[in-house]
Design a protein around this ligand. Structure first.
Ligand code: SF4
Ligand code: MG
Length: 334
């Protein structure tokens, strides 16, 4: 499969008066053309920071991409000038955020905002831009597009506004769409509609999607593969089936146990005890050690190697590593 994006050993830090926060600590992942990769984890795990880094939207200072590379169609985005990056943003890579209102200008009609996005990047006539805007409104399922182009954001419901934001993100036909908690602000019925819309758009345009979310229900619906982040690291990655049914990392197991499941009514949810480590001085070893029911002596000393359970399934946990088993056996023999 052809890769559209390859992130290698990405590090992002933020300087504060209290010290340096290591928000993303050596993250590796890739995205194949036309697929949806979900990056999941609790708030503060670094998933939004990692996706903002791809867009080069880390405010510098205080933030900084302090290491690694981000290859988009083979070009390292970390090496591009701000001007080159502006040309990529919104055209080749688009981003959708949680709150549609932050992406919309309340003083401009929907039509002018859609058309402006397009005309900023392409030299086209206003007739052509309008035609394209109408097509996009239709694609995202907004009825009476001709009428609605003349209206302002406050005249739309939350769900309709998010559809407009999606239309704006797609109007330049990007190859990569990054959606950061795109349905979190919406009620459940609208959420489901928006997720269906993502699927429909992907089937129609072949756009590759990175979906950032803390909501495993969203992931179950539309992800092809899932990367689980914890304390600035991807601790497990696999296909949707591997993560939901064959997950091996104790944190992933805990995360899945803390999610309500529609098919198991009445089953009690078990939240994971404890809190993630302080990212001012993250632990040397496995960052989950303090919360992990399976933790061994080696865990808090050395970060686990990545074990390859299949071509697509990788996990960073000593339980999967023969070398740790050997250490344990040696310790038991003493
Ligand atoms: Fe638990 Fe150790 Fe695995 Fe970390 S490496 S998840 S502490 S068993
Ligand atoms: Mg976030």
């Amino acid at each position: 499969m052809e890769k559209i994006l390859e992130v290698n050993d990405l590090h992002v830090t933020f300087s504060t008066y209290g010290g340096t926060v290591k928000a993303v600590r050596g993250v590796n992942f890739h995205l194949n053309k036309g697929e949806t990769l979900a990056i999941v984890g609790e708030s503060g795990c670094g998933k939004s920071v990692a996706s903002n880094a791809i867009m080069r939207l880390i405010p510098d200072p205080p933030g900084k991409i302090s290491g690694g590379s981000i290859l988009f169609n083979g070009r390292d985005l970390t090496k591009l000038s701000d001007k080159e990056m502006r040309r990529i943003r919104g055209v080749d890579i688009s981003m959708i955020f949680q709150d549609p209102m932050t992406a919309l200008n309340p003083t401009l009609t929907i039509g002018s905002q859609l058309m402006e996005g397009l005309r900023q990047h392409h030299k086209i006539s206003s007739d052509h831009a309008k035609k394209k805007a109408l097509e996009m409104m239709d694609l995202v399922g907004i009825p009476n597009p001709e009428e609605r182009l003349k209206q302002y954001p406050h005249q739309f419901s939350g769900g309709m506004r998010q559809r407009i934001v999606i239309a704006m993100a797609l109007i330049c036909e990007p190859e990569l769409l990054i959606a950061d908690e795109p349905t979190t602000a919406l009620d459940v019925t609208i959420q489901a509609q928006i997720l269906e819309l993502f699927e429909k758009i992907q089937a129609g345009t072949g756009v590759s999607i990175i979906l950032i979310t803390h909501d495993l229900g969203v992931v179950a619906k539309i992800a092809d593969r899932i990367a689980v982040m914890y304390a600035g690291k991807i601790i497990e990655v696999g296909t949707k089936r591997e993560i939901f049914y064959e997950q091996e990392h104790p944190y992933t197991k805990g995360l899945l146990k803390s999610v309500p499941r529609l098919d198991l009514k009445g089953e009690k949810l078990t939240p994971i005890d404890g809190t993630p480590p302080d990212l001012f001085s993250p632990p040397q070893g496995c960052p989950f050690t303090a919360r992990c029911p399976m933790a061994m002596e080696v865990c808090d000393k050395v970060y686990p190697f990545s074990s390859e359970l299949s071509d697509t399934h990788h996990v960073d946990c000593w339980l999967q590593d023969e070398r740790a088993k050997q250490l344990l056996a040696e310790a038991a023999a003493k």
